[in-house]
Design a protein around this ligand. Structure first.
Ligand code: B12
Ligand code: SF4
Ligand code: SF4
Length: 269
């Protein structure tokens, strides 16, 4: 494809992503992403592949390291809004994945098929967990121009604030990157997200630039404590109540993970 055709394919793919269910979509270069903060930090972080948000590794990579797909030049990141008015989009019904997650998976799946049929480009649907072949999605979203990393350690978008969930795929064609964008609402905000945390996960300096050899750290300045936040997730599991999802289905535990640092942010609709 020549440059004009690549530009036209890129716009068509981004349009299609939105038709299929994405609220936001963008392209990042895979080469750029290799040196992004999460990708360089995670392999140095103790316990990165242990705990609630991780799985046993099937990639053969060492802790925190990403297994990059062999054939992939650009990464397409999509976001689905999880508005305050629809909290159930983020709930786990027993072992059944949340509704928002199903929309994300289905959208990428359909997009993969459509891209192969339309352009004949090789694609790869990234699994959610890095230990299963996934990537660090927030950094990918920043590079794709969807938003910035906020003081709450989440991707904050101009449209929906941090109330979005992410998923990604790679395409074996160098698409023009759609980011990053000049957007940083945290510069002028006192950090209500941090104050809203029920576990005070942002209270102490946990990581320093000197120890990790990089200045961009969890929650920007290294104050986000993963084990403390993880403790809250465990509580959410332990105290989940049994309820009937719908119809005649048997009752299951509905897990509502903490979202206070997300819900308290004033940015977005
Ligand atoms: C493991 C995991 C967890 C673990 C550990 C979290 C952690 N951050 O360490 C636990 C279970 C505790 C957890 C909690 C939550 N999670 Co979680 N989690 C993940 C997962 C699978 C991997 C994250 C990870 O290990 N990152 C690596 C660590 C080392 O990086 P980090 O702490 O994020 O810090 C880096 C960034 O801040 C970055 N950074 C800082 N400044 C800058 C600046 C620039 C320019 C750039 C590019 C990057 C950058 O550099 C830091 C490293 O140096 C991702 C999905 C994925 N595949 O990416 C979801 C994900 C990050 N989680 C998500 C969510 C929503 C949550 C929760 C709100 C719980 C919930 N209800 O779902 C909380 C929020 C916690 C918080 N405030 O960060 C969403 C975030 C959406 C968003 N708006 O950003 C993701 C993307 C999943 C999804 N479905 O979309 N999670
Ligand atoms: S509440 Fe303020 S500091 Fe926190 S993420 Fe939102 S804008 Fe940034
Ligand atoms: S998800 Fe809850 S416990 Fe974790 S940092 Fe955010 S507010 Fe704190």
């Amino acid at each position: 494809m020549n440059n004009k055709e690549i530009l036209s394919a890129s716009s068509a793919i981004l349009r299609k992503a939105k038709q299929l269910g994405a609220d936001l979509a963008g392209f990042a270069s895979m080469e750029d992403l290799r040196s992004a903060p999460s990708f360089t930090f995670a392999p140095k972080m103790p316990g990165v592949d242990q705990g609630i948000g991780s799985r046993n590794s099937t990639t053969g990579m060492t802790s925190g390291k990403v297994k990059w797909p062999e054939h992939g030049k650009s990464i397409l990141v999509i976001a689905v809004a999880h508005p305050k008015e629809s909290p159930e989009m983020d709930w786990w019904f027993g072992r059944v994945s949340p509704r928002g997650n199903k929309i994300l998976m289905q959208t990428i799946k359909e997009l993969c098929n459509w891209i192969i049929e339309t352009f004949g480009i090789e694609v790869f649907h990234f699994p959610y967990h890095v230990e299963k072949g996934g990537i660090y999605l927030k950094d990918a979203a920043v590079k794709a121009g969807l938003g910035c990393i906020g003081k709450n350690n989440l991707l904050v978008t101009p449209e929906f604030g941090p109330r979005i969930r992410l998923r990604a795929m790679s395409v074996n064609m160098a698409m023009p990157s759609t980011g990053p964008i000049a957007f940083d609402p945290c510069m002028t905000c006192e950090g209500v997200c941090r104050m809203a945390c029920p576990q005070n996960a942002f209270d102490k300096q946990v990581y320093t630039a000197e120890s990790y050899g990089q200045t961009l750290l969890p929650a920007r300045d290294g104050v986000y404590s993963r084990p403390v936040c993880n403790g809250q997730m465990q509580k959410n599991i332990d105290f989940a109540k049994q309820a009937q999802p719908d119809g005649d289905a048997p009752p299951v535990k509905i897990i509502k993970y903490c979202r206070r640092c997300e819900m308290s942010c004033p940015v977005g609709k």
